[in-house]
Design a protein around this ligand. Structure first.
Ligand SMILES: [Zn+2]
Length: 426
């Protein structure tokens, strides 16, 4: 039952996200409404009405422009149901190379509203969006949608974790991708809030319980309460890598290309999102690099010992199989690749940043020798979905102690998991 309610809320929310995406797109036009501004103005007006009861004339003047806004909102709603919005949005997005999760979701929602659920393009748009989105980003979209709907005067129950957590605009701009670039699995439908964010408008910190964390009540030993696979899975990662090893029967070859640097502090790690074109060949099968991110210390142990950090390169093949290439970072010389990244890594959780004119080649972080340990594992973050192939390079890269200290997380590594008879190649 909870599941059904969740899905209904999601669909409702998606409809709002579509409206929101369209409003963002239209926001350049002076005669269109920004929902967040309207809310703000409405709140201000509410206060003023109370304060200005003695001076009714003055209050009327305040209310008059808001009436106009309300009429504009009605026009927006009418345009949505007529399909004009979908047409506009599709035309606008056609010009862009790739769409963010939130835009993809919005597009799916609009198709649903305009063309109905039987339309194959609707289903495709949703599938694509859900593939891209984990619960964290879905929650952000839901919050954005709920706030937007509420601002538009729709009766909508705003989830407690959405209330005041982020403004609709801030949430909708958050192009968050899961730690392991994995769609939220069936067991990942947690409804607890993400880490507390700062309100983008007021700069005021808001108190929130963490959705999941690396310590405390939401720490790894408790992930299973909300994400059953984390506790019940039999091939969880990371592992303590130790012999005896099986012989690896094939080779891997990273083929990474430079591209615009897109870097995000998602509250759990520093992650670099990668444009299409970089691949890892596993037994000559191509796996597309989606993103890479860091853990401190390394999640994998070699003979019981962690490295200072690890970088996980997350790939997916055309069948949706995930493969993670791990490069352990041992304390030593400064790493020029890391230096380039840390220069732009946001110290606080927030949306992806793409600094002007900065490119990065993920290959700069990968040692030349491709010998590896390999095992079948899982996402090392909730929802801990299994079926992820791990390749941990035997060669380690350097990172200076200073660079380790500059990483804005004190500790973000899941402890090693039971091997449960799994073979490790190496
Ligand atoms: Zn990882």
């Amino acid at each position: 039952m909870k599941r059904i309610i969740f899905e209904i809320v999601l669909v409702l929310a998606l409809a709002g996200a579509g409206a929101f995406g369209w409003l963002n797109y239209k926001s350049g036009n002076a005669n269109n409404v920004k929902l967040t501004e309207t809310t703000k103005q409405a709140e201000t007006a509410d206060k003023k009405i109370a304060e200005l009861t003695e001076s009714l004339e003055a209050a009327k003047q305040e209310i008059e422009p808001l009436k106009v806004k309300a009429q504009e909102l009605d026009a927006v709603k009418a345009a949505m149901s007529s399909g004009e919005v979908l047409k506009d949005l599709e035309a606008a997005y056609k010009k862009e190379k790739s769409l963010s999760t939130e835009r993809q979701l919005g597009l799916g929602a609009l198709r649903l509203m305009t063309k109905g659920s039987k339309d194959p393009a609707t289903v495709e748009a949703f599938k694509k969006a859900l593939e891209m989105a984990d619960w964290g980003s879905r929650k952000n979209v839901i919050c954005a949608a709920q706030n937007a709907l509420a601002a538009a005067g729709e009766k909508v129950d705003v989830l407690s974790e959405c209330a005041g957590a982020t403004t609709a605009k801030a949430a909708a701009n958050d192009d968050k991708v899961d730690d392991h670039g994995k769609p939220a699995a069936k067991d990942g439908q947690g409804d607890k809030p993400e880490k507390a964010g700062k309100d983008a408008k007021t700069g005021k910190g808001t108190k929130h319980a963490a959705h999941w964390d690396y310590e405390g009540a939401m720490g790894p030993e408790n992930w299973g309460k909300e994400f059953p696979t984390c506790a019940r899975g039999k091939s969880q990662a990371p592992l303590n890598i130790k012999g005896p090893f099986e012989k690896a029967l094939f080779a891997i070859a990273p083929d990474y290309k430079p591209g615009p640097l897109r870097i995000i502090n998602n509250g759990h790690t520093i992650q670099v999102n990668v444009n299409p074109g970089s691949k890892l060949r596993i037994d000559s099968m191509p796996f597309e690099l989606l993103q890479f991110h860091f853990h401190k210390p390394s999640e994998e142990l070699i003979d019981g010992k962690p490295a200072a950090m690890v970088v996980h390169f997350v790939h997916k093949n055309s069948e949706g199989r995930l493969a993670v290439l791990g490069v352990l970072l041992k304390e030593g010389n400064e790493n020029p690749g890391i230096k380039a990244l840390w220069a732009h890594a946001p110290a606080k959780e927030g949306p992806e940043v793409q600094p002007d004119g900065v490119t990065f080649n993920p290959g700069n972080l990968v040692p030349r020798e491709n010998e590896f340990y390999s095992y079948e594992g899982s996402l090392t973050t909730p929802p801990c979905t299994e079926g992820v192939r791990f390749f941990i390079l035997k060669s380690q890269a350097n990172i200076s102690r200073e660079q380790v200290e500059q990483f804005p997380f004190k500790k973000n590594a899941r402890p090693v998991q039971p091997q449960n008879g799994r073979a490790i190649a190496g």
